[in-house]
Design a protein around this ligand. Structure first.
Ligand SMILES: NC(=O)c1ccc[n+]([C@@H]2O[C@H](COP(=O)([O-])OP(=O)(O)OC[C@H]3O[C@@H](n4cnc5c(N)ncnc54)[C@H](OP(=O)(O)O)[C@@H]3O)[C@@H](O)[C@H]2O)c1
Length: 336
């Protein structure tokens, strides 16, 4: 087969770097275009020195006609709002797009506008876009023009929770999700909250009860299981570059053993979900597209623990997995 030609829109950020890093080693895909608002003329490797000698694609300003003419698929690594407008321009020119932002993840535009506090630039596509989690939506992803790549925290919560809710193994009105993320989850642009002196040797909660990933978790668990859920989600910033550990407290209708059996059954064909007996750590999955999850009985609750890499299964690894599904490849291609 011919190589899949990939354009990276928003090439100067962290998810773009991770996407390029994976794609340079992919046997059937190559990066052929990259864009930025301010770094035109430089190569991707000048912006991301770890790619030196591996990716010399020149960065250009965004031109929808040019990207659509050069590429088979675009990975749109932009912030929400800006992303939807860009995705619209590319899709109307016939290009398939994997959108890293939250713009097309939710089921309805009211939910999006309530939580993101912006008017959606392409509201008619909200709710009819494939959610980029092949473990549950491979059939929709295969033929999709736009794939809404999942959020990082949501990936670490939806994967363990959805099968358990679907099988009625846990109470749905009392789910506490306590998540810790590395600092790359906040993106590469300069912000006081992610400065070295703010994050080093320190862990802090943020956006308690109001984080935008809470509605995404609830919405997708509902969509997958058919049952509405109420979660309380508290994210924490931790002094690591990358990784997410979610510790999820559920009220039990079952046992940890039955939870793990349920996962093993649900994910029997899922290449990247590993149900483990040990307590997963972010180091066990760092730099990989793998998810590790386990469960423990604790009195009247079961504690679920899930580790992912926010930049891999939480973003760019998932995007490459989605690209593989969209183009008829084995979803592990270039990722193991
Ligand atoms: N970081 C993660 O772990 C993670 C995980 C899952 C999903 N995501 C999502 O993935 C997307 C990219 O995240 P990231 O962490 O890579 O962000 P980032 O490091 O901040 O990079 C964002 C990119 O978007 C460009 N950009 C910023 N504002 C823009 C605007 N108004 N219009 C056009 N381009 C703009 C920037 O490029 P120039 O300034 O050079 O133009 C930069 O290349 C976001 O939607 C984020 O929520 C991130």
């Amino acid at each position: 087969m011919k190589d899949i030609r990939v354009g990276i829109v928003g090439a100067t950020g962290y998810t773009a770097l991770e996407a390029a890093r994976i794609l340079v080693a992919h046997p059937h895909a190559r990066v052929v275009a990259a864009t930025s608002r301010g770094e035109t003329g430089k190569s991707i490797a000048e912006i991301h020195p770890s790619l030196a000698g591996r990716c010399d694609v020149r960065i250009d300003t965004f031109d929808a006609d040019k990207i659509a003419g050069q590429c088979d698929v675009a990975m749109c690594c932009l912030p929400h709002g800006a992303s939807a407008e860009t995705v619209h321009q590319l899709v109307t020119r016939g290009l398939r797009v994997i959108d890293f932002s939250a713009d097309f993840r939710l089921s309805n535009v009211e939910l999006y506008e309530k939580w993101y506090d912006v008017e959606h630039p392409w509201p008619e596509r909200v709710g009819s876009t494939a959610y980029g989690m092949p473990e549950f939506f491979a059939d929709q992803i295969r033929d999709a023009d736009v794939v809404a790549n999942p959020g990082c925290y949501p990936s670490s919560a939806i994967l363990p929770l959805a099968p358990l809710v679907k099988e009625g193994l846990i109470e749905t009105d009392d789910i506490i999700i306590d998540s810790k993320s590395g600092v790359s989850g906040a993106g590469r642009s300069a912000k006081v909250a992610t400065l070295y002196c703010e994050t080093n040797e320190s862990i802090a909660a943020y956006s308690v009860g109001v984080h935008r990933h809470q509605p995404e978790i609830n919405d997708l668990v509902h969509r997958i299981s058919g049952t509405p859920v109420a979660t309380l989600f508290t994210p924490h910033l931790t002094p690591m570059d990358r990784g997410i550990l979610s510790t999820i407290y559920v009220r039990s209708r079952s046992t940890a053993r039955k939870v793990m059996d349920c996962w093993r059954h649900c994910f029997a064909d899922a290449a990247f979900v590993t149900v483990v007996e040990h307590l997963p750590a972010t180091k066990h999955v760092a730099g990989t597209n793998f998810v590790q999850m386990t469960a423990r009985d604790c009195d009247h609750r079961i504690v679920l623990i899930c580790a992912i890499d926010n930049l891999a299964k939480g973003a760019s690894g998932a995007a490459v997995q989605n690209m593989n599904v969209m183009f008829g490849l084995d979803d592990k291609t270039g990722l193991v």
